[in-house]
Design a protein around this ligand. Structure first.
Ligand SMILES: [Zn+2]
Length: 423
């Protein structure tokens, strides 16, 4: 048997353990917000890594506002050193979005049925954490001498930006160029797709300032909500069609997300609707927008386009506007010749018998922190689970996908450590 065959056979043999481990993770309701049960989950992963012989560190996001006594932000990193070869870091976030309505099973029950594991966060991305852990375990059980170092981290808050999670590890130098060679994030992008990045994000808040007046004589005031209405009209009638006409060469999936987009996240103006009403012209209206921009557009262009539309709405209404940047994430793209893409592609051909499809994610994920803060360019997302099921009711992951992804991650890890040359 070749090394790959031995490793793959160990993954198959561990199927029940991998499923049980995934279901156990699902049963820890690490819901974000607010960031519940993080420490319990970090300890669960850390204790398991320790039992398997990993050196384990717990890294709490000290100094960040969201790291509180009630909801501590605790990350865990395990490492197993082999030879002097490269460091391959497998990172999974263990926070999950709230269950929401519409479930036919207990979202935190860890239900296994008909070849699937069900639960909130099972595909996004607790199955991915299990795949990372058992990829390392299968290499060990196959008796393969590890040519490099394998690291496995479980991190917090990816769903809310990852600042206390991967960004924190990167700021602390725990994931860093010179220390970390390759990063694979087992997010659910489908078992035969490698995710090489994402579009840019520009979240901004627009405030429209009118002038208070008596509601019976609105012509003596200046209604901020009307001003915002004008801006929304310009956005809907002019900006949205212009954005839809811009297409990126990056293979974003689904195809609808291959264009620039804008969404209005929220709006708030005038008197609170549930409060006692008085006859007043609204003097303030605020809205938050989510603009996804393409690598071809760039941030500065996207931002100045917004500024121009806002000044047109201002000129047309007399309402004064200001714009406040809330969050900027630059587009990220793994270099096309990155060894991490090639290693996963080779492993996929071996395990699935077909080449990898390269895709980019419609939303952002922790890749951005690895690329920008840690300055590690060789990062991709690859893991089990179907992208479209993430954040849905009755989220599930197919056991077949989980097993195949575990094999592919194991073989790619060895390949990246360059000891695995038995094609
Ligand atoms: Zn995720």
């Amino acid at each position: 048997m070749t090394v790959s065959e031995r490793v793959a056979a160990e993954v198959d043999r561990a199927t029940d353990e991998i499923v049980a481990y995934t279901a156990d993770l699902v049963r820890i309701p690490t819901v974000n917000p607010p960031g519940a049960e993080y420490e319990a989950c970090a300890r669960f992963i850390g204790n398991d890594l320790e039992r398997r012989g990993f050196g384990v560190e717990y890294i709490a996001a000290e100094g960040l506002r969201e790291h509180t006594a009630r909801y501590p932000r605790v990350n865990v990193v395990g490492s197993r050193r082999g030879g002097p070869g490269p460091v391959v870091h497998l990172n999974g976030h263990f926070d999950v979005v709230p269950a929401g309505a519409g479930w036919s099973v207990d979202p935190f029950g860890g239900v296994v049925r008909d070849g699937r594991i069900y639960g909130r966060g099972v595909c996004d991305m607790k199955a991915g954490i299990a795949a990372a852990l058992f990829a390392a375990e299968a290499i060990e059980r196959a008796g393969v001498r590890l040519p490099g170092t394998i690291e496995i981290s479980g991190t917090v808050d990816e769903e809310s930006g990852g600042f206390a999670g991967v960004a924190y590890l990167a700021e602390a130098g725990r994931i860093a160029a010179g220390r970390t060679d390759f990063v694979i994030i087992p997010e659910p992008l489908n078992v035969d797709r490698i995710c090489i990045g994402h579009r840019g994000v520009y979240w901004f808040e627009v405030s429209a300032h009118g002038r208070m007046g008596h509601g019976s004589m609105p012509f003596l005031g200046l209604n901020a909500i009307d001003g915002m209405g004008r801006l929304l009209q310009i956005v809907r009638e002019e900006l949205a069609p212009a954005l839809a006409a811009r297409t990126t060469a990056v293979p974003v999936v689904p195809p609808g997300a291959r264009h620039a987009t804008i969404n209005i996240n929220g709006i708030d103006g005038g008197q609170p609707v549930d409060g006692i009403q008085t006859p007043c012209v609204a003097d303030l209206c605020r809205a938050v927008f989510d603009r996804r921009f393409l690598i071809e557009e760039g941030f500065e262009a996207a931002r100045s386009e917004i500024a121009q539309l806002v000044s047109r709405a201002e000129a047309a209404t007399g309402v004064r506007f200001d714009v406040r940047d809330l969050m900027v994430v630059h587009p990220t793209r793994t270099p096309a010749d990155s060894p991490v893409i090639a290693a996963l592609d080779r492993s996929m051909r071996r395990v699935l018998g077909r080449p990898a499809q390269l895709v980019a994610s419609p939303g952002t994920y922790d890749h951005k922190h690895v690329a920008r803060i840690a300055q590690v360019p060789h990062c991709v997302a690859y893991g089990p689970g179907i992208l479209d099921l993430a954040h849905q009711p009755d989220e599930w992951c197919a056991i077949d996908d989980l097993i195949n992804a575990t094999k592919i991650i194991a073989l790619a890890t060895l390949d990246l450590m360059q000891a695995h040359r038995d094609n």
